[in-house]
Each structure stands twice: as C-alpha cells, then as structure tokens.
Design a protein around this ligand. Structure first.
Ligand code: S3P
Length: 445
C-alpha cells in the first residue's frame, strides 16, 4: 500500500496550472467515437485507469483504438456494430464505464459480462437494470442487491420514456446510448439536472438530441457521424487546487484550458459564496466549453450546499467539505445521500477523516454539518480506496499542524495521474509569475 506524508505549507500560492483531461468527457468520447461511422481523433484524453478501462472495453468489443501518445486516441468507429467479447469486460473501479456500457450493450446481439474491482462490485446497478429491462434487454446482476458482475443480453429494443428517480448522468447516458439503436424516440426525464456531457457529445456527433427542460430525447437508428473531438481539462481535478488557493488569503491561481460546462461549475459558485474571488472566462464555446479560471483566496466562511446544486458539485463535495473545515462557521451539505454509493461511502469517509483532524462534524443520512475554523491537526488517514478522498485530504494536510499521512493513495491513478507531482510543485514553488487575465471580458462569478 502506498502512502503520502503531507506537511503544512502555510504560504500563499501564486501559480498557473493546467489539469488533465475531463474524466466524464473522456469516457464518452471513447464510446461515441467507437460507435461512429469512421475515424475520430480524440485529443486531450485523460489517460487514467478509469478511462483506460473504457478504452480496453471498447477494444474488447472490436473497436480499433490507437494511442499514439497518452492523451491522443485514434478510434475507428464500427457504426454501432460491435463484436461479441471473448471474455469478461473488466471495468476496474469505474462506475461510468460499467453503466454507460450497459446501455451500449443492451442493443447488441450478444451476451456480455461486465465485472469490476471490489469497490465497483458493491455499487448499485438496479438504476440501469430497470430502464434497460423495460426497453427489452435482459440484465442480471450477480452480486447482492443488484451489484456487479452485470450480465447484459442484448435485444432489439423498444422506445421508452424514462422518469429517472435519481439525478444521475450515468443512468441518463445509459438510456440515451441504448436509445441510439431504437426505432423511435427514447427520452429520459431527471428530477434535477445532472451533467449534460452525453447530450452535448451526441450533438457534436450529429445525432441531434432534443433537450427540453429536464427531458432529453433521441430518435434512434442513428449512427454518430465521425468527427474529431478535444477533451478540455477536468474542473473536478482543478477543484483541489482551487480550494487550496481559496482558503489561503493572498493566493492567486490561474487554471487554463479547463472545462467550464455549466453543469459542472457549481464548485466556483460555492467558493464565491464562501468568500473567494473567482473569474471565469470561456474561450471556446463549441462542443464542450472551456477556458480559464482565475481565483484569489480569502478568509472563507461556511455555506449551505443542497438541493439542485448537489448534482453539479457531486464529485467536488469531498474537497468542498475540506473547504468547510477551513472556513469560519458551519458548512452544511444536505440532499447528498448519493455520496454513500460512490467509490466508497464518502459521507462516512469525510466525517471520519475530518474528526481525526480535530474537526467537529455531524453526519446525517444525506449530508454533513461541518463546524469549521478550528486549526486542523495532522493525522493518519485512510483514502478508503477512493481517489477523491485521498486528494481532498492531501489538500487538508497542507493546512494542518504536523504531518498528515494518507494511506492507500494508489487509487488516485483512477482519475488524476500526476496529482502528487503537481502538489509538490505548488508547495515547493509557491510563487510564480502568472499572467493577469482580469482585463479580458469576463463572466464575474
Ligand atoms: C459521472 C456522473 C456522476 C459522477 C461520476 C461521473 C459521469 O455519477 O459522480 O463521477 O461521467 O456520468 P452519477 O451519474 O452516479 O451521479
């Protein structure tokens, strides 16, 4: 087991950084390119374990994918006609791989068995089994309570209007991907808007999805048109550095080429409410919007994160909880029971680790109350095998007296190869000349 030892780094950060490609978008780019009718070059791809699980799964389904460099994929689409895999499809730690592929495989004329690691083998799959079964596929979860391995027997599917009980982009995407092969219209309505990368990418690949309020639909028997695609940097990865700078008065951080899709930028709105100054400039609108974030740190104050905002910040809640611990007053997270079924039970993991650092935390079924503002103390913590817990508490360690040890940090490779190197760079070279973007036209948050 690998561990990190983090020491307090009290001075302000002045830095310009880029972050690796967006994880959600990288998965979708590999899948949709593989279903398309020609060759697509994907640049900015995230070469993390999760996204490579998707690439290997598509290869196992007959899609030729070259990777001339880690962040570039050349994908030869199979016009939605995949090949029967010769063995299990290993999704590793990646829920996105397993759930999105279950939608793709629901219409293929063969049987596939999707497996994952110990963490993925505990995660709920009934949420995709239900709609895909209603569309006509046969799905069987071999684990307890609908957990993987998941066997998918593809069939000729029928249209469905699905009212999803959860705000989940993975469920929405599974149904829409299945809908590509249906004669007629398939639609999904979600209770609250989740990330819309699948809709945007279907649009890019000229499938013409229709979006009306919280409902997205596709008219099927449509093959995505092959086109090249650029994956911007992952704002969920940037969030760790944004919080590190936000909680340190005098810090100034510039993040470039980062995704600024409006269904993912909730973290910026939360940090502004907490007292950071944030400027966001969209430089490219097409496909997935991306640009720059400039953030100035301050003395943070607590806030409430709940309701419609939750799906927009779902992956940032561990690091926002750390921001809450560093802020004055109470930070309340509610309506976030979904965090209990992520790579680990994130509410329990956050509460346990914050308490070990001396923070008072109340744990509720759907959230946390964090009483911030008391100095953090270094502690020995577990990642619980969850990449975002490991990275969030590495940032907490920068603010804690003494040494913070985080055990089980290998999992960070699932989403952010290079995280630790960036952490060291920011800690050792805290002052860097960075260009001023304040004079450019901007959407001030
Ligand atoms: C993702 C959707 C979210 C998110 C996950 C990636 C995606 O999960 O937490 O990290 O790429 O669609 P849910 O769909 O379960 O909310």
């Amino acid at each position: 087991m690998e561990s990190w030892k983090i020491e307090k780094a009290p001075s302000a950060i002045h830095a310009e950084i880029t972050v690796p490609g967006d994880k959600s978008i990288s998965h979708r780019a590999a899948i949709l390119a593989g279903l398309s009718n020609g060759t697509c070059v994907i640049t900015g791809f995230l070469p993390s374990e999760d996204c490579l699980s998707t690439v290997n799964a598509m290869r196992a389904l007959g899609v030729e994918i070259d990777q001339p460099e880690p962040t570039t994929l050349v994908v030869k689409g199979r016009s939605r006609q995949l090949l029967e895999p010769s063995g299990n499809i290993d999704c590793g730690n990646s829920g996105t791989t397993l759930r999105l592929l279950s939608g793709v495989l629901a219409s293929q004329p063969f049987r596939s068995r999707l497996i994952g690691d110990a963490s993925l083998s505990r995660r709920p799959m009934k949420r995709v089994i239900e709609p895909l079964t209603r569309m006509g596929a046969t799905l069987h979860a071999e684990g307890a309570n609908g957990a993987p391995p998941l066997v998918v027997e593809g069939a000729k599917l029928k249209p469905l209007h699905y009212q999803s009980p959860v705000a989940s982009a993975q469920v929405k995407s599974a149904v829409l991907l299945a809908g590509l092969s249906v004669h007629g219209r398939t639609s999904v309505t979600e209770p609250v808007q989740s990330r819309n990368h699948t809709e945007r990418m279907l649009e890019w690949f000229l499938v013409e999805p229709h979006v009306e309020g919280l409902t997205v639909s596709v008219v099927g028997e449509k093959t995505p048109e092959s086109r090249d695609f650029h994956v911007p940097g992952d704002i969920s990865s940037a969030a760790f550095w944004l919080v590190a700078a936000a909680a340190q008065p005098g810090s100034r951080l510039l993040v470039t080429s980062v995704g600024l899709n409006e269904t993912r930028t909730g973290v910026l709105a939360v940090l502004v409410r907490m007292g950071a100054h944030v400027k966001e400039i969209i430089k490219v609108e097409e496909g997935e919007p991306y640009g720059e974030i400039e953030l100035h740190g301050g003395t943070l104050k607590g806030t409430t994160i709940h309701g419609k905002e939750i799906p927009n910040v779902i992956d940032e809640l561990p690091i926002l909880a750390v921001a809450g611990a560093l802020a004055q007053g109470a930070t309340v997270i509610a309506d976030a029971a979904e965090l209990r079924v992520k790579e680990t039970d994130r509410l329990a993991a956050i509460a346990t680790n914050l308490r070990a650092m001396g923070v008072t935390v109340n744990e509720n079924p759907d959230g946390l109350e964090i009483f911030g503002g008391t100095p953090l103390k270094g502690a020995r913590l577990s990642s619980y095998g969850d990449h975002r817990i490991a990275m969030a508490f590495a940032i907490a360690g920068l603010f804690a007296e003494g040494v913070t040890t985080i055990d089980g940090v290998e999992c960070v490779a699932t989403s952010y190869p290079g995280f630790y190197e960036t952490l060291q760079r920011l800690v050792t070279q805290r002052t860097q000349e960075i260009p001023v973007i304040a004079s450019l036209p901007a959407r001030e948050k």
